[in-house]
Write a protein that binds this ligand. Structure first.
Ligand code: ARG
Length: 467
């Protein structure tokens, strides 16, 4: 066990096969600076408990600073024989400050409380990064919504769909903001998650039972930016719901993005022709010169599957795992690192694509009234004129049938034809047979009327600004 953290009771070194299986430095090395920060805080706690002289503590801080500097400039690497980031850093610290002082740092801590703490610190930082990137996407959607709300010719109107069938006309801005609200909830979720994680620093939990050296876990917690330390040392070392919850928010964000992606892919087809992709945010084909492909959206759609897989894998690892720490828990890192990496590379590209999309508003406006999407407007107009809704629904349905038979849309029916269907259908009904009239009439809170959507946009921006 030369250079190992646990050589004492073993007569021979580990087999190379075991080392190969056990090694985690290829993925946990990214936690090095967090481990070093934990060691600084732990050295303070050891000093405060009288377990280090002031000189020893200073020497440890100096050695740790030297390691951090070498890490930052890319000159600190684990060796083949290092098992994990913790062991590697202890070995390197001892090289830096000597075995006498360097050997004192491990007192009162275990890799179990170390990893549980610094993994939280890592996710707290990247949670902030991911939230910022999601807010950039919210901002891009809000920017497009604002543009299409304030066009000189009036707000852009599109066919709103249910079951992918024409349903009712809506403002393009209203549709875009629907995606933005979903993404804002993902940012909210990260905030909720943060409040739980920030107040739960496991340092001091030891391997599982706590420590006996009179160390102050609250001191370590506050040094590391946590508001409190863990109340139960077993829970502190064995729980990974904070990882799964983070992975869930990543997966949900991926799923929310994939729903926008799917629409962009559809909208960019010849058949829809709703959007044109910006050249810098789309790709060509190596064989078909005419192609312009929505690769960013396709990758987003694909990567959503990967994000869901990471969550599923994590939960499967955690299921039925007995307390306290089990080595299975080493499998918690790669999936969530992958989720972080995936979102940090996906979101900037996706936001660029969304921000630069050019909408074919003439085409959207032309299709908006088709498919009898104003039938509900007839029914609701009749209700406002005093007809019971059951009857109004029947009458509006009869209008659809008549228009379909005539081969026109609803406004292609003559006044006489309307009157023949129902005497309640006076020529005034034509007021709601325009898409502009239809959207303007849906003026309750949350509705697609331009004034309501303008308010909604402000509300979204205020919430996003406060997130
Ligand atoms: N590399 C380990 C992990 O990621 C650190 C904790 C190891 N603890 C132990 N007792 N083997 O979970």
């Amino acid at each position: 066990g030369e250079g190992k953290l646990w050589g004492g009771r073993f007569s021979g070194g580990p087999s190379p096969e075991l080392e190969a299986l056990s090694r985690s430095t290829h993925f946990d090395w990214r936690l090095a600076l967090y481990d070093i920060a934990g060691s600084h805080a732990h050295a303070k706690a050891l000093g405060a408990a009288g377990l280090l002289t002031a000189e020893e503590e200073l020497e440890l801080h100096r050695g740790l600073d030297a390691l951090a500097e070498r890490f930052t400039s890319g000159r600190l690497r684990p060796s083949e024989s290092d098992e994990d980031v913790h062991g590697a850093l202890e070995r390197l610290l001892i090289e830096e400050v000597g075995p006498e002082v360097g050997g004192k740092l491990r007192a009162g801590r275990s890799r179990n409380d170390q990893i549980a703490t610094l993994f939280r610190s890592y996710l707290l930082d990247h949670g902030r990064v991911v939230a910022g990137l999601v807010l950039d996407l919210v901002d891009a959607l809000a920017g497009q919504a604002q543009t299409h709300l304030r066009l000189p010719g009036g707000p852009s109107i599109m066919p709103g769909r249910t079951h992918l069938q024409h349903a009712q006309p809506v403002l393009l801005s209203h549709h875009l903001l629907a995606h933005a609200w979903a993404l804002l909830r993902d940012v909210d979720r990260l905030g909720d998650w943060r409040r739980r994680v920030e107040s739960d620093s496991p340092y001091g939990s030891g391997a599982l039972a706590g420590q006996s050296l009179g160390l102050d876990p609250e001191l370590v917690a506050s040094e590391l930016g946590f508001t409190a330390s863990t109340a139960n040392s077993i829970d502190g070392t064995a729980s990974r719901d904070f990882v799964a919850e983070f992975a869930y928010v990543c997966a949900q964000t991926g799923v929310d993005i994939s729903r926008i992606a799917e629409e962009i892919i559809l909208w960019a087809t010849k058949e829809f022709d709703f959007v044109t992709l910006h050249d810098s945010w789309s790709t060509g084909s190596s064989i078909m010169p005419q192609k312009k492909n929505p690769d960013i959206s396709e990758l987003a759609r694909g990567k959503a599957g990967r994000l869901v897989g990471n969550l599923t894998g994590l939960l499967t690892t955690l299921k039925a795992l007995p307390l306290a720490y089990n080595r299975d828990l080493q499998e918690d890192k790669e999936p969530v690192f992958d989720s972080v990496d995936t979102l940090e590379v996906l979101l900037p590209a996706f936001t660029g694509q969304v921000a630069t999309l050019v909408y074919n508003t003439a085409r959207m406006a032309e299709l908006a009234p088709q498919g009898f999407s104003l039938a509900t407007d007839i029914a609701e107009w009749l209700v406002r004129e005093g007809t019971p809704f059951r009857t109004a629904h029947e009458v509006a349905g009869a209008c659809v049938r008549a228009a379909e038979a005539k081969g026109t849309d609803l406004d292609g029916l003559t006044d006489e034809e309307f009157a023949a269907i129902s005497p309640a259908l006076t020529p005034q009904v034509r007021l709601v047979l325009t898409t502009e009239g239809s959207v303007a009439s849906r003026n309750g809170r949350g509705g697609t009327a331009p004034d309501r959507v303008a308010e909604q946009l402000e509300e979204l921006r205020a919430r996003a600004g406060a997130a």
